[in-house]
Ligand binder design. Structure first.
Ligand SMILES: CCCCCCCCCCCCCCCCCC(=O)NCCO
Length: 590
């Protein structure tokens, strides 16, 4: 048979050859594509393996070095037991050497990371800096000789900031970030880099490069995240001051689960330049940087030392507001709002008791406590998801292309980041009908992305309206501050955070409204709390999971959050210090 096109004729044979050529080209392209994918994934796996080995080797080398140059156990333990104020005083008056303090903390950090895997690598330049500190004469800077640990996503010259993602291996940072520069200028010695979960958008603690960090109070449980390594290292006594980041609770969740203090400042109060975030462009609910410490004095010292002209000069977007001692040291009685339940899922009995006990302390100290109802938490959660996943999670999926997805991140990655919108809707339907919870659907649909600029502007308006509503509620009650649970529950078994992820509402609320929030350890889970857990209401799927996963948590730390309007960090710290002092006095008298 012959086909006649306008100027030439095509017979069967030609048609057949064309089909064969097309099929061959197509299968070549397909196999090329498949082979390229396999090759890329292979290269990535090799890169991950090499980086992991380098990290282990560097930690081991530091351990070996300390065997020869370390301190005696007694001397080391005396230093490690010092609260921040005493450590600072002794370094200032010269009765402690910076090098001894560094060696004490290096050796403790290397010791605890063997079991807990909280350190990703030591910062080798620390030794040189400590020696320089000890040779210094004249007036000492406030952080003189204080070792500080840094979450891995803080840019440090010469080191990678991977955020647990293979794509960023072998990209050494050209410079220290603004906080690191300011800390060094103030005499601090960055000495360890700490672990985090892959992408940092989960409150788990594992990534394929550096592995899984465990809880210092129960290694079968997670330390929270994403500043997992910081919470764990400080909680285990291997660091006295550290720094992390927080977009939805990543400073406060690990602080709560590991029993340490932290402060998430208002975004803008201190510099956020030079930290690795996957979705830096999502500025409506941006990431905060902030300190974690063993005690409130550590947080105060960190803030005083950072809020100085050096930082304001390095990052001119930061308003030059120095630390205001007049607010921190004020004794004026305050009106403080409190809640135990975000209005979405109740906090477990231990967390509720934590807030109750802090309330009693504050009332005894002369403050007025008023019950506060959080305005529409479903809206806050939806806004959070719209703001951080507004691109339909493309930034996240691009960052993880060819990467190994960590087992602890797989469900989040699949359902929130990768699934097509129809599947998100089906999952949302499941949560609503079987899980008796309408909120996940809103979050999942939000994570499918904002479809137009006008819809995006609508989100901006909604966010502004929600922030105003919150402010008006506080004004209506004439509130100066708020206290609320450190989180919905204490540390749960490793890898299970996704099953309870709605609990993030307890922390990300304060990111959505951009209020400074501190977290303070106030109690531990008791046998009585465990008994009361039996009556924990389990209306939703999340609540059922919380009840199940919270069993066996006696002895785990419980924190309370302290919150104030934007730029009132000093007020937050004042209240935290007041409660910390009262708890210590109470312990001494009991
Ligand atoms: C399956 C749907 C669940 C919907 C309900 C819950 C909302 C979940 C929102 C997504 C989870 C985000 C967790 C964030 C953890 C902390 C992140 C953070 O602060 N990162 C800091 C990065 O520097």
């Amino acid at each position: 048979m012959k086909f006649k096109f306008s100027s030439f004729e095509v017979d069967d044979g030609m048609l057949h050859s064309a089909a064969v050529i097309t099929a061959a080209t197509f299968s070549c392209l397909m196999s090329g594509f498949v082979l390229q994918n396999i090759w890329r994934k292979y290269i990535v796996r090799q890169r991950i393996k090499r980086r992991r080995e380098e990290s282990k080797l560097s930690i081991q080398k530091m351990g070996d070095y300390l065997m020869q140059h370390g301190l005696s156990v007694d001397k080391r333990n005396i230093i490690l037991d010092m609260p921040m104020a005493e450590l600072q005083r002794k370094l200032q008056n010269g009765s402690l050497k910076a090098l001894d303090v560094l060696r004490a903390y290096q050796s403790k950090a290397i010791e605890v990371t063997k079991d807990l895997n909280c350190v990703v690598e030591p910062i080798w330049e620390a030794e040189e800096q400590a020696i320089a500190c000890d040779f210094m004469t004249g007036k000492k800077s406030p952080l003189h000789g204080i070792p500080v640990s840094l979450k891995e996503n803080y840019h440090v010259q010469g080191y990678d900031s991977t955020g647990g993602m293979a794509k960023f291996i072998d990209c050494p940072q050209p410079d220290d970030n603004v906080i690191v520069k300011t800390l060094k200028e103030q005499g601090a010695i960055p000495f360890m880099r700490t672990n985090l979960p892959q992408t940092m958008m989960v409150y788990e603690s594992s990534n394929p490069i550096y592995g899984e960090t465990r809880n210092p109070h129960d290694p079968k449980r997670g330390p929270g995240g994403s500043s997992s390594g910081e919470g764990c290292l400080i909680g285990a006594g291997g660091s006295v001051l550290g720094f992390g980041t927080d977009i939805g609770g990543s400073l406060r969740i690990p602080a709560h689960m590991c029993g340490v203090c932290c402060l998430k400042p208002t975004v803008g109060r201190i510099s956020t330049e030079g930290t690795h975030e996957v979705h830096k462009g999502a500025t409506l609910v941006p990431g905060a940087t902030g300190p974690l410490s063993r005690d409130v004095d550590g947080l105060v010292l960190a803030m005083k030392s950072l809020l100085v002209s050096h930082m304001f000069e390095l990052d001119r977007s930061v308003p030059p507001i120095p630390f205001r001692p007049e607010i921190y040291e004020d004794h004026r009685p305050l009106r403080i709002g409190y809640f135990h339940d975000i209005g979405y899922m109740p906090s477990v009995p231990a967390c509720e008791r934590g807030v109750r006990e802090v309330r009693e302390i504050l009332e005894k100290n002369g403050h007025t406590l008023i019950e506060f109802k959080v305005p529409r938490v479903d809206k806050a959660l939806e806004l959070f998801a719209q703001c951080v996943f507004g691109d339909g999670c493309k930034t996240f999926t691009d960052a993880l292309k060819y990467d190994v997805v960590d087992p602890s991140f797989k469900l989040t990655y699949f359902l929130i980041h990768q699934a097509p919108e129809w599947l998100k809707r089906v999952a949302g339907f499941f949560y609503r009908t079987v899980g008796h919870d309408p909120i996940p659907k809103k979050v999942l649909v939000a994570a499918a992305g904002i479809k137009s600029v006008s819809k995006w502007w609508g989100v901006v308006e909604d966010l502004q309206a929600y922030r105003k509503k919150f402010e008006m509620e506080m004004r209506a009650n004439k509130l100066d501050a708020i206290i609320s649970p450190g989180f919905a529950y204490a540390a749960i078994p490793l890898g299970k955070a996704f099953l309870t992820v709605g609990a993030v509402a307890y922390t990300n609320l304060y990111n959505v409204i951009n209020y400074p929030a501190g977290s303070l350890p106030v109690t531990k889970v008791t046998e009585e709390d465990e008994k009361l857990l039996e009556n924990y209401p389990t209306k939703t799927l999340y609540a059922k999971n919380i009840k199940k996963l919270s069993k066996g948590s006696v002895g785990l730390p419980i924190n309370v959050q302290f919150v104030a309007p934007p730029y009132q960090e000093e007020l937050v710290l004042r209240l935290m210090k007041e409660v910390e002092t009262s708890i210590k006095l109470g312990e001494r008298h009991s």
